[in-house]
Design a protein around this ligand. Structure first.
Ligand code: C2E
Ligand code: MG
Ligand code: MG
Length: 736
């Protein structure tokens, strides 16, 4: 029975009840009026009241009925709105929903169901869902109903729907949702999880605060730690202490910059054992590129692998600097040659200038530390793709690829020359070095790896020759020069052995009386095969090849023997002997010179040792120590080629210099250059103030002599007076 029917029945009953009540209420009045026969109007009045009462009750009931009908209408309207909102809401849900009665007849369904079952329409209402679609035919037999169904949509894409049936009172609710994506994700995760759980590679996930968030079983197996012991802790708990803090800060630096790091690392297990592992760390980033996690994957080196690794390291890496060695460099270079496409491959040979001096003066341990620091600096200022190797001793070699061969490699060399010049702090001591570099470019003059390396080496020699602390790009002329140098070296060895080196003497003149006050001994070599070789050339080669020691002793010995003979002609003569750049740094020098002078009974006070400024300045402390030893032995010191180098006056007093020789380059353009005049005048004035003798070399003309005399010079050496000559010739001149 509906609400309205109940209401109407109640109303009818109420009317009857009111009428009955009214007649009951008026009954006593009717009795009274029966006795009062003579008041018939009273009875009349009684009847009217009953009718009026009935009418009133009816009106009241009617009003009440109207009020109720209005209220019902409002409620039904609200219900309608509510239903429509409910339906809209249901339609918007990402589910397919149907309300079914106990016979599985559809009472209501949302659009979701219609989309999935495009056969459904309005006509589906009150129809049995089990009969409407094949897929629901078995619905009744599922209890609790839960089923997954695959279907292919209009675009041909497969979908999986998960259906669920709920019982509510006598009715059912059927809800279905598309779980295709969730299934795929789950699937992926399950595979990843399974891989993580089963891989023999240890995996660790840490957040950016370096707190461990996850470890896999392999991690537990290798380290011996279980998850409870490591979760929330820092990966540093595994650190063995074998690698210093710089190692880790460098590792995190690379990780931050590149998002990836890999390498060997020594870690400690739970039982205290130290083991070597190969670790790669990747940073996991969010959509904005911000790192959220670090994933570390590692595998322990087995004993066999460790031995193999050790052998590989020994065979391919330099033990001191850990850089690649020659063999590995050759391998890398071959590989680079094979892969080269549009870029240019350059090989750069690097030799540290004067490294032997550092080794000799400060000892090999300091030299070794310096080499390690040099290797580190070379690496720091190179790209990962550049190959750096230690070639041996103080020689390094690099292979780089550049797009614009000349400009690119020039920039590269300048950068490294600059970086190597910056002081190194070794054992609390500041050390400064320079390097000489030689470059060869693939395709220009070299095609094979051996040609590339050889040419770079030749170019490096060239940059040494041209003054060091520079780079040279190989040119075929360098090769010719190298061949020539090699021939000179071979011939020089023979010349020294067979004592073929001669000495000529150039007189030094005192004005105004034109007297010969001294002689400069100048080495001369006329080889029977290659002919005359200028002293500057063979002395440089002797320095480069280490022949300088024997050569210098030979020249010194010969000069003094000849001088001994000349002293017989003029006992007041002084002899100037040149010392080479490397000689002054050698600790044996004072003793050797003392020995030779002693043997020939020549007073060292008669000997002036000519040294150049750059030799002094390259190691001022050692120079001061050596010159003071020489001075103690009685030798005099002359500063040769003065004015072209540092020309620093401060060390003249410290070194206790006896004489300055003004370089001939100032005399050359003297008559046309005010600048040269000013320099000579300043040097002369300074020597007078410091009471140091001064001599001008390279005087060739009367005009120069006049000008120099006007400036206050009185000691000269030059072609104007005499060219260097053999002892016999000089002897004749002296005896006149
Ligand atoms: P130096 O010590 O400055 O020697 C002077 C050079 O100038 C000599 O050249 C000499 O021949 C040259 N000379 C002298 N007067 C004149 C002149 O008026 N005009 C010109 N144009 N040149 C003049 P040399 O003999 O060729 O020697 C060149 C350099 O080789 C020397 O420069 C010196 O640095 C080095 N040297 C020569 N002999 C020896 C030696 O026995 N030992 C060492 N360590 N170096 C030597
Ligand atoms: Mg000289
Ligand atoms: Mg000179």
């Amino acid at each position: 029975m509906s609400l309205t029917q109940i209401y109407r029945l109640t109303t009818a009953l109420a009317v009857l009840l009111t009428a009955a009540l009214t007649s009951v209420l008026f009954q006593p009045a009717r009795l009274i009026t029966g006795y009062l026969q003579e008041y018939p109007e009273v009875r009349l009045m009684h009847l009217d009241d009953a009718v009026i009462g009935l009418l009133l009750a009816l009106i009241l009931l009617l009003a009440f009925e109207l009020y109720q009908a209005r209220r019902l209408y409002k409620v039904s309207q609200k219900l309608k709105q509510h239903r429509s909102r409910h339906a809209q809401l249901l339609d918007r849900l990402p589910y397919a929903i149907a309300e079914l009665d106990n016979q599985f007849r559809i009472h209501h369904h949302n659009n979701g169901l219609q989309t999935l079952q495009n056969t459904l329409g309005e006509q589906a209402i009150r129809q049995q869902i089990t009969a409407l679609s094949q897929q629901f035919s078995q619905l009744a037999s599922y209890d609790p109903a839960h089923l997954e169904q695959w279907y292919t949509d209009s675009k041909g894409e497969p979908h999986c729907i998960e259906w669920q049936l709920y019982r509510s009172g006598g009715n059912y609710f059927l809800a279905g949702r598309d779980i295709t994506r969730r299934l795929a994700e789950q699937n992926k995760l399950t595979i990843a999880e399974r891989i993580l759980e089963n891989t023999p590679i240890g995996v660790l996930v840490a957040d950016t605060n370096k707190r461990i968030q996850y470890i896999n079983p392999a991690f537990e197996q290798v380290t011996g730690y279980c998850s409870q012991e490591v979760l929330g802790r820092s990966p540093a708990m595994l650190s063995s202490g074998k690698q210093g803090p710089e190692f880790y800060s460098e590792m995190y630096d690379v990780l931050e910059k590149e998002g990836y790091w890999q390498g060997e690392i020594w870690n400690r297990k739970r039982n205290g054992d130290i083991y070597l592992e190969w670790l790669s760390i990747t940073s996991l980033k969010d959509d904005h590129g911000k790192a959220t996690h670090y994933i570390g994957m590692f595998s322990e080196f087995t004993a066999q692998e460790l031995v193999k690794e050790k052998l590989r390291t020994l065979a391919y890496y330099d033990g001191l600097t850990s850089l690649a060695n020659r063999a590995l460099f050759n391998d890398h270079l071959k590989r680079m040659l094979g892969q080269i496409r549009s870029k240019k491959l350059c090989v750069i040979f690097i030799d540290i200038d004067g490294f032997k001096r550092i080794n000799d003066s400060l000892g090999h341990p300091v030299g070794d530390q310096l080499l390690v620091a040099i290797a580190k600096r070379l690496k720091e200022h190179s790209r990962d793709s550049d190959i750096i190797a230690r070639w041996g001793g103080d020689e390094f070699i690099m292979a780089i690829e550049v797009s614009d061969s000349h400009q690119g490699v020039e920039q590269f060399c300048n950068k490294h020359l600059y970086q190597l010049k910056q002081p190194f702090i070794i054992g609390g001591r500041e050390l400064s070095i320079t390097a000489s570099m030689g470059v060869s470019i693939h395709g220009d003059d070299a095609r094979s790896t051996s040609e590339l390396i050889r040419n770079a080496d030749i170019a490096m020699f060239q940059s040494k020759k041209l003054g060091k602390n520079r780079f040279e790009i190989f040119s075929p002329s360098h090769h010719e020069e190298l061949m020539e140098s090699m021939e000179i070296e071979n011939r020089l060895r023979i010349a020294i052995k067979e004592q073929q080196i001669d000495v000529h003497f150039q007189p030094q003149i005192h004005q105004p009386d034109n007297s010969i006050i001294g002689l400069e001994a100048l080495a001369r070599w006329h080889d029977p095969i290659i002919g005359p070789v200028p002293p500057q050339k063979f002395i440089r080669i002797a320095e480069e090849t280490g022949l300088i020691h024997e050569l210098s002793v030979l020249i010194f010995q010969t000069s003094l023997e000849r001088f001994k003979a000349l002293q017989l002609v003029d006992p007041h003569l002084m002899l100037s002997v040149n010392l080479s750049a490397t000689q002054l740094q050698e600790s044996y020098l004072p003793e050797t010179l003392k020995h030779i002078t002693g043997n020939l009974s020549i007073d060292p006070a008669r000997i002036k040792l000519e040294i150049t400024e750059d030799v002094l300045m390259s190691d001022i402390e050692r120079s001061i120590s050596n010159t003071s030893q020489l001075k103690e032995l009685g030798f005099q010191i002359s500063l040769d080629d003065f004015g072209i180098g540092y020309s620093s006056l401060s060390y003249l007093k410290d070194l206790d210099i006896d004489e300055i020789k003004i370089d001939r380059s100032f005399v050359n353009g003297l008559n046309n250059s005010d600048r040269n005049k000013a320099i000579i005048q300043a040097i002369v004035a300074m020597s007078q103030v410091l009471s140091i003798d001064c001599i001008v070399e390279g005087v060739e003309t009367e005009a120069q002599l006049e000008e120099l005399t006007r400036m206050g010079c009185d000691n000269f050496q030059g072609y104007l007076f005499h060219k260097p000559m053999p002892e016999a010739e000089l002897s004749t001149i002296l005896s006149h």
